[in-house]
Ligand binder design. Structure first.
Ligand code: SPV
Ligand code: MN
Length: 615
């Protein structure tokens, strides 16, 4: 270790921790750690490697310092974030942009030098009296061409514990990178705390310095703002993928079981709370990952890996009937962190869990009783953290360094009046158009108003770290590297008629079976202006086979009627956004123009609302 780094670290770091840094022999890592120590002034530095003893020590530290509290069931713990720290804070999540560089009007940016100066002031002495944990993780499976090494510094044992559950241990992987090799780095402090929660909300900052692959996060504990490897790394990964010609996506990956023991992998992008996690965990199928995926073109095939090894999922509405697989994990002994739920006598409870909630308990804002009608018992964005391998249907290839070959990509939005429940794109560019046009209603996963229709291309808008047109262009170009292109589908679980949902929560299980058959050319489809839609007879067969349910022609007609005025209005909305976006790829505009022509031609021939039986 260079003397200047050793001078800073030796006094407050024990021999075991120093030896772990020496064994890594990475001067760039040492420099980042020494700078952060000099700035944040912790009283102690603990360096962990991949040893299970270190990982167990971290979990215990989170309990000892009261960031987590053990619950009644073995392995379960509870974590609360502060009342105004319950979701990702977009307002203070910014890119530090060097003078002269430009990202995109839609991205929240601030000038880099000024932003760094602001951060230095907030971080100065922020860890006084506390321990700084030095952690190494790996994005993607270890020892894979997808692996990205990461260095996390934080004074929160809860953040480390979450990362131990959500990511692969990465100390040994870190040894594999060359001394000047690339790695992502994160510096986090919970800031000033009272009752174990961050209190200086006005000084909350999440700043990304992409020039140094570094993210700073402070005065927050909510995992979406603090767990460096989750959405903070996604922003860095999108830029790395752009440099290297692959894709970093906000997608689940799952295996769909087809006939004769065939497993077909699909990846899906859905904005928060649009059914993504429950699709990834569909009973009877297998889960690779529920949130982040990297894609590379390898030998002409689209290969994907799960970036993570765990799930940080929304707990609201998880119940035995709709989400049996995860419900089982949440109600059985084993390692689970519950975040921002209601607790009574050491037992967690949450809205929509399918049983009566206790009349009182403790939640993220303190004591709660059922007469407090203005406070939900559990927060709508309350969460659970689990390891994927605790799910009964974890896919056997969940950690495979070689990844899985994708048969399809699915884009799912949330609209009550536009898109049919499932349709296949005509080609790659049309599919990317479906993804690039995703809209959803806002949900409790971010601060701000709920229920507003929001443009969210590929469900990645919050995480784009480059101009939108460049990101969409990369998605379009990806196909040129492939000889076996995945199909692309669009889904919408939220279509309504007369104010009522047209689909049950488990209907998505039928849509994935239909996609699986399409991928293998085993079922026909009908050409609608918006895409290729299923035939009634095929869906009826699948509903019967898998659900013993009589799927009537009337249900089919209601669900698959092409709503032309609403589709045209959406094209207008999205068209205007891209018309005002510099350098929109021509292939995207062409795909929108072609869709508009198909819609207006059909409208001229058959009116505004066209039954699938009339196509
Ligand atoms: C999401 O909001 O998309 C999540 C949770 O997956 S968070 O970690 O907050 O990003
Ligand atoms: Mn997500």
């Amino acid at each position: 270790m260079e003397q200047k780094h050793a001078d800073i670290l030796t006094e407050i770091t024990d021999a075991d921790s120093l030896a772990k840094l020496e064994a890594l022999g990475n001067d760039k890592a040492n420099e980042f750690i020494a700078d952060a120590v000099a700035l944040c002034k912790p009283s102690k530095v603990i360096v962990c490697n991949d040893d299970p003893a270190d990982i167990a020590m971290i979990r215990q530290a989170s309990i000892d310092n009261c960031e987590e509290t053990p619950l009644a069931m073995e392995g379960h713990t509870l974590h609360f974030d502060g009342p105004s720290d319950q979701a990702r804070d977009k307002k203070v999540t910014k890119y530090l942009v060097p003078e002269g560089e430009h990202l995109d009007e839609k991205l929240n940016c601030t000038e880099r030098q000024g932003g760094l100066a602001e951060l230095r002031e907030i971080f100065d002495g922020a860890m006084a009296g506390r321990t700084m944990y030095v952690r190494f993780f790996c994005l993607g499976p270890v020892d894979s061409q997808f692996s990205i090494s990461c260095l996390q510094l934080t004074d929160s044992a809860y953040v480390c514990h979450s990362e131990d559950m959500l990511y692969r241990a990465g100390y040994e992987q870190f040894k594999r990178i060359s001394p000047d090799g690339e790695f992502f780095r994160y510096l986090h402090t919970a800031g000033r705390m009272e009752n174990n929660v961050s209190v200086d909300v006005d000084k909350r900052r999440i700043y990304m310095d992409h020039t140094q692959n570094t993210v700073y996060s402070t005065n927050t504990q909510y995992a979406g703002n603090t767990v460096g490897l989750k959405k903070l790394s996604l922003r860095l990964a999108i830029r790395k993928a752009d440099r290297e010609g692959w894709l970093a996506e906000h997608m689940f990956i799952m295996g769909v079981n087809g006939p004769n023991d065939r497993v077909t992998y699909i990846a899906g992008a859905f904005p928060s709370a649009c059914g993504k996690t429950s699709t990834a965990m569909l009973p009877g199928e297998t889960i690779v990952g529920d949130d982040l995926a990297y894609f590379k073109a390898i030998d002409g095939k689209a290969i994907a890996v799960n970036v993570e090894s765990g799930i940080f999922g929304i707990i609201a509405d998880v119940n035995a009937e709709d989400d049996p697989v995860i419900f089982d994990v949440l109600t059985s002994p084993g390692e689970v962190i519950f975040g921002n739920v209601l607790v009574k006598d050491g037992v967690p409870a949450w809205m929509g869990m399918g049983v009566d909630l206790p009349a009182d308990g403790v939640n993220y804002q303190g004591k709660w009783t059922s007469d407090m009608t203005d406070v939900n018992p559990s927060h709508k964005n309350a969460r659970y953290t689990v390891r994927i391998n605790s799910l009964a249907n974890a896919d056997v290839k969940a950690d495979a360094p070689e990844g899985v070959e994708l048969g399809a990509i699915v884009y799912g939005g949330r609209d009550s009046d536009i898109s049919v429940p499932v349709q296949q794109s005509y080609d790659w560019a049309h599919g990317i158009m479906i993804g690039a046009s995703l809209e959803s209603e806002t949900t409790a996963a971010t601060l701000g108003a709920e229920g507003v229709r929001t443009f969210n291309p590929m469900s990645n808008m919050d995480f784009l770290s480059m101009p939108l047109s460049q990101y969409v262009g990369n998605n379009l170009d990806f196909a040129t590297k492939l000889t076996d292109q995945p199909m692309i589908f669009g889904v919408n679980y939220f279509l309504k008629k007369d104010g009522k949902f047209l689909n049950g929560k488990l209907d998505k299980g039928i849509w994935v079976k239909w996609m699986e058959l399409r991928i293998h050319g085993e079922v026909d489809a009908i050409a609608a202006p918006t895409g290729l839609i299923p035939r009634h007879e095929d869906l009826a067969k699948l509903f019967k086979q898998y659900r013993d349910f009589d799927y009537t022609e009337q249900m089919y007609v209601d669900q698959f009627t092409i709503r032309i005025p609403e589709n045209l209005a959406k094209l207008d909305r999205i068209g205007e956004i891209y018309a005002n976006t510099p350098d929109t790829p021509e292939a995207l505009t062409d795909a929108m123009d072609a869709q508009r022509k198909r819609l207006t031609d059909l409208q001229a021939a058959k009116g505004d609302y066209v039954s699938p039986l009339d196509l």
